[in-house]
Ligand binder design. Structure first.
Ligand code: HEM
Length: 533
């Protein structure tokens, strides 16, 4: 520990906490911070009291907007060490054998506000910033491997449906559930994600016992320029564990900070949590499908029996943040923060995310210079041509932030192709017709939810049925419950019948069921999928 009580290795204390005496923000020594300046003992208070005005002004502006989603979160620092096993498919330096990279991870719930409880039934965020020698790489994932929607243009809709009711501002998890179930019963592509949410995965025991998933398919490039498609997985060394519903309710009551306390305590006591990073690798074919599964559809997984998760490195979280606001609140993740060797695909959900994070951070962090905030700064030199703007920290040298220039000796220089291979893959693009529609291959909404149901043990099935019954039971609208029962009937008749019994409603007529033909490979996937860490 340092003399200030900060853990060794923590960043140096910055302005406002150095020197012997209390000062104004401009460094003038203060002799009294307890009494305002008045015209006589009984006032009035004088406008000329700069310290009073500065102190109150600053306090008045301490709050910034919370994230529009994932507002409640908790972070930790750590390291990532590559195994070198991925170098044949990916040239990213941080995956090299023994290469150690500092990281910051932020775990979160999705729907609750900053002050909500940790143990609610929800998806969890698992966002990692790797401060690599090639710039920052952000892996912005969740603890559930699929998403509710297939196109980012629906993101505002699904979040509007899941957030607290607009009239009473009461969260879905505690009151009426009509908008959430209205949305998911009318958007059957959400069924797979909902099945995971209603399973025990929706109420993790601890952040330390959660899996993480990049969800989308990414494109990897090796040093020869050969490409492969890949999905990212985090596997917790402690295994995957969940609470049961009663535990989640009780924990939320007696300790709404249950998960953040658990993580901070574990790290403080030296029980550093660890996750292995793994990759599922699929060939980069023109169709971008694998065993009949559309790899651009974020509502689908690739079963691990068909593409095993291959370990490529180890994450260890070993240092708590020194200041929640400076680090956990101000961290800004973005899927576009990529390093050479890792590229995006045309997944329409991913494509919309590429816009959304930059856009929202412009407001949340007040201006375009948020990458200069200490937690967001890369650990390599930055030589960009971005200038000025709110909260500019840099004092830029030179007169010519443009290229080419003849005034600053040509600086900034760009890397020559032989120094740094570009990520872009030189593939001629077929001329595309502009359409507003989904690919036909996105239409099967039930095969994978059914496989998920079949993979559960009897007690896990019981929990899932209980969760559907409890949550749907909170809907006021009978028609919504009936529509969701039809969705469940398409997944599995037993699941539907059990939930219908719990709700006291009849099972929907068989004639209404949708006919789907699953891909042949999926019909061979056995009871072990999805695997447990
Ligand atoms: C925040 C994951 C889809 C918009 C986050 C965070 C995570 C996450 C982990 C929290 C980041 C943090 O801790 O600061 C995901 C995953 C998605 C997904 C895994 C789907 C696979 C989307 C989509 C959009 C979106 C489709 C919009 C089109 C946002 C926004 C934030 C956010 C605006 C707040 C960011 C900030 O204020 O810094 N997301 N998200 N997300 N996400 Fe997503």
């Amino acid at each position: 520990m340092s003399p200030t009580g900060a853990p060794t290795g923590a960043p140096k204390l910055s302005q406002g906490q150095q020197g012997e005496f209390l000062t104004t923000s401009a460094g003038a020594r203060l002799h009294d911070t307890d009494h305002s300046l008045k015209a006589g003992e009984r006032g009035p208070t004088l406008l000329q009291d700069h310290h009073l005005r500065e102190k109150v002004m600053h306090f008045d502006h301490e709050r910034i907007p919370e994230r529009v989603v994932h507002a409640r979160g908790y972070g930790a620092h750590g390291t990532f060490v590559g195994y070198g096993t991925a170098t044949n498919v990916c040239m990213a330096g941080f995956l090299g054998d023994g290469v150690e990279t500092p990281v910051f991870v932020r775990f979160s719930t999705v729907l609750g506000s900053r002050g909500s409880a940790d143990t609610v039934r929800d998806t969890r965020g698992f966002a990692t910033k790797f401060y690599t020698q090639e710039g920052n790489f952000d892996l912005v994932g969740n603890n559930i491997p699929v998403f509710f929607i297939q196109d980012g243009i629906k993101f505002p809709d699904v979040i509007h449906a899941g957030k607290p009711h607009p009239d009473r501002e009461i969260p879905q998890a505690q009151s009426a559930h009509d908008t959430f179930w209205d949305f998911v019963s009318t958007h059957t592509e959400a069924t797979h994600h909902v099945m995971w949410n209603m399973s025990d995965r929706g109420i993790p025991r601890s952040y330390r016992t959660m899996e993480g998933f990049g969800v989308h398919t990414f494109r990897l490039v090796n040093a020869e320029g050969a490409t492969a498609l890949a999905k990212f997985h985090w596997k917790p060394k402690l295994g995957v564990h969940s609470l049961v519903w009663e535990e989640a309710q009780m924990a939320g009551g007696f300790d709404p900070d249950f998960h953040r306390r658990d993580l901070a305590d574990a790290i403080e006591s030296g029980a550093y949590p660890q996750w292995e990073l793994g990759l599922q690798i699929m060939p980069d074919t023109p169709q971008q499908t694998f065993e009949g599964i559309d790899l651009l559809d974020p509502t689908k997984i690739v079963p691990e029996e068909l593409a095993p998760v291959q370990p490529v490195g180890l994450l260890t979280l070993n240092r708590n943040p020194q200041n929640y606001f400076a680090e956990t609140e101000q961290v800004a993740f973005h899927l576009g923060n990529l390093v050479p060797g890792i590229d995006v695909t045309d997944d329409p959900l991913l494509q919309a995310r590429l816009f959304s994070y930059l856009d929202t951070q412009l407001t949340r962090l007040a201006g375009p210079n948020f990458n200069q905030i200490p937690i967001n700064r890369p650990h390599v030199p930055v030589n960009d041509m971005l200038r000025d703007g709110f909260h500019q920290q840099a004092v830029h040298a030179g007169v010519a932030p443009y290229r080419p220039n003849t005034l600053d000796g040509g600086n900034p220089f760009v890397a020559k192709a032989q120094d740094r291979p570009l990520v872009e893959v030189a593939q001629p693009l077929p001329r595309a017709v502009k359409v507003r529609e989904a690919p036909k291959s996105f239409a099967d909404h039930y095969t994978q939810p059914r496989l998920f149901w079949q993979s559960l043990s009897p007690v896990e099935k019981e929990h899932l049925v209980a969760a559907f019954t409890f949550e749907l039971g909170k809907c006021y609208e009978q028609a919504i419950k009936e529509r969701e029962l039809l969705v469940l009937a398409n997944v599995d008749p037993v699941l539907c019948a059990e939930v219908a019994k719990g709700l006291g409603l009849p099972v929907p007529a068989k004639a209404k069921l949708k006919k789907v033909t699953p891909s042949p490979a999926l019909s061979q996937v056995g009871q072990t999928w999805p695997t447990d860490g």
